[in-house]
Design a binder for this molecule. Structure first.
Ligand code: IFM
Length: 454
């Protein structure tokens, strides 16, 4: 592919950016409207036993048809930015075919946001790979990276006059490891060696896409602050491995231009990394303007069998177990510890200093219900958000270049293998009627945005 020189960076907003986030397959529905093709999540969610209750994203929040109401809702909450993702199978439903109606949807969405002074913050890939690309081998195959860059250029061409911030990938750790190693996510393959190649081709796709984009460009990684349960050398080594697989395997190639040597050695039984060709790391480490940080929970780990995980262990984590930190958990079973976010942000500034940071996802699932008074009282979520925003404020005070925060999620939505059972929204969605009800946390968040201080 040809590589253009991109005009460098439109200015990054100087004020703290307050937003909320969603993703295409989790909210849009309209799975067959206007020429959308199937994605790996359509196939996976239709495969018996893969998603709780057999739920699918066929209708989800019906956002595709209700986006104007949703944008109005965002404006009512005073959101300054909206992070959403673009569905690749809407844009390129078949190999080499560009679907104008798919582009038109995002065109309308971006216009609606800008009309209400909400900054559109699109992510190009939040897990919905076109099924035809999986049929051709998926992310373990090098060509998928080139197809991603081609798609990125098409979307950019359509929206570049109105979009200033682009995120290439969301959480490539999940795409590669959950999708290809332990099979909990689409496409559901259990091929650990293929997962290592998938990591590389996702990152290569990120790097190849950079010259096709303009403005501020970044990538979003899901990271955790990993600490050993004790100072025993085997626990310290388990923490090193988990930190390596979860964090450094992605951070180092993107921000330092190399894979972490200790993790390459740890993975030697699975891969000789011969899929890494000369010049790839230069492509992957092309400069970015920001790093998106998705943080939910810390990791306290010790050496030993990963019995507590209850599923196929991650690659590289076969002899590490997650320990009980003694804190409250969300309904996902994730321990709540805002200190982990503070420590992670401080560590990122120290070890990877050259980029601005945005918390692109942070939030909690709880069993929310609409009460007799018509409201959704979710004090636990308010507490979660408050604690994590305070951690952000502390990090900024200590010199971290954190420029914004996106609550996950704007809406209750399709939570992947958990289906609709886990509610992460600050806005409640009744999945029968599609009625939206801002939860108390949404009203609290709106007040915090109005106050304008972290
Ligand atoms: O819902 C997901 C999102 O799609 C990616 N990050 C984590 C969220 C909660 O599991």
């Amino acid at each position: 592919m040809t590589v253009e020189i991109r005009p460098r960076s439109a200015p990054t907003p100087t004020l703290f950016l307050w937003g909320a986030a969603t993703s295409s397959y989790q909210i849009e529905g309209a799975f067959a409207d206007d020429g959308r093709g199937p994605s790996i999540w359509d196939t996976f969610s239709r495969t018996p036993g893969k998603v709780k209750h057999g739920d699918t994203g066929d209708v989800a929040c019906d956002h595709y048809h209700r986006y104007l109401d949703d944008v109005q809702l965002m404006a009512g909450l005073g959101l300054k930015a909206y992070r959403f993702s673009i569905a690749w199978p809407r844009i390129m439903p078949e190999p080499g075919v560009v679907n104008q109606k798919g582009l038109d949807f995002y065109d309308r969405l971006v216009d609606a946001l800008l009309e209400r002074d909400i900054l559109p913050w699109p992510t190009l890939y939040h897990w919905d790979l076109p099924q035809y690309l999986e049929d051709a081998g998926g992310w373990p195959v090098r060509d998928t990276a080139y197809r991603f860059a081609e798609y990125a250029g098409i979307v950019h061409e359509a929206l570049k006059d109105r979009v200033s911030h682009w995120t290439t990938l969301n959480e490539p750790w999940c795409s590669a490891l959950l999708g290809y190693a332990n099979g909990e996510h689409a496409p559901g393959r259990k091929e650990p060696s293929a997962a290592v190649a998938a990591v590389h081709h996702l990152l290569l796709g990120h790097g190849l896409a950079i010259p096709t984009l303009s403005g501020n460009i970044g990538i979003t990684l899901n990271m955790s602050h990993v600490t050993p349960a004790t100072e025993a050398p085997e626990d310290v080594d388990a923490a090193r491995r988990i930190d390596g697989i979860q964090n450094r395997l992605f951070l180092d190639p993107v921000l330092r231009g190399s894979y972490p040597a200790d993790i390459v050695a740890d993975l030697a039984d699975l891969s000789d990394f011969s899929h890494v060709l000369d010049g790839d790391l230069e492509i992957i480490s092309r400069p970015v303007d920001f790093l998106g940080v998705n943080y939910y929970s810390p990791a306290l780990v010790a050496a030993g069998e990963p019995a507590a995980q209850g599923s196929t262990p991650w690659i590289g984590a076969e002899s590490a177990r997650w320990m009980e930190g003694g804190r409250k958990r969300t309904t996902m079973g994730w321990e709540i510890d805002e200190r982990g976010l503070y420590d992670l942000l401080v560590r990122l500034r120290k070890d990877y200093p050259a980029v601005d940071l945005y918390v692109t996802e942070n939030g909690a699932a709880f069993a929310d219900v609409v009460s007799a008074d018509g409201a959704v009282h979710d004090p636990d979520r308010i507490d979660y958000l408050q604690r994590h925003l305070n951690a952000c404020a502390d990090a900024i005070r200590d010199g971290v270049p954190l420029k914004g925060y996106f609550a996950w999620s704007l809406l209750d939505n399709f939570e992947w293998a958990h289906g609709y059972d886990q509610r992460f929204g600050i806005v409640h969605v009744d999945f029968d009627t599609h009625r939206r009800t801002p939860k108390d946390s949404a009203l609290w968040y709106a007040a915090r945005i109005r106050k304008g201080e972290l």
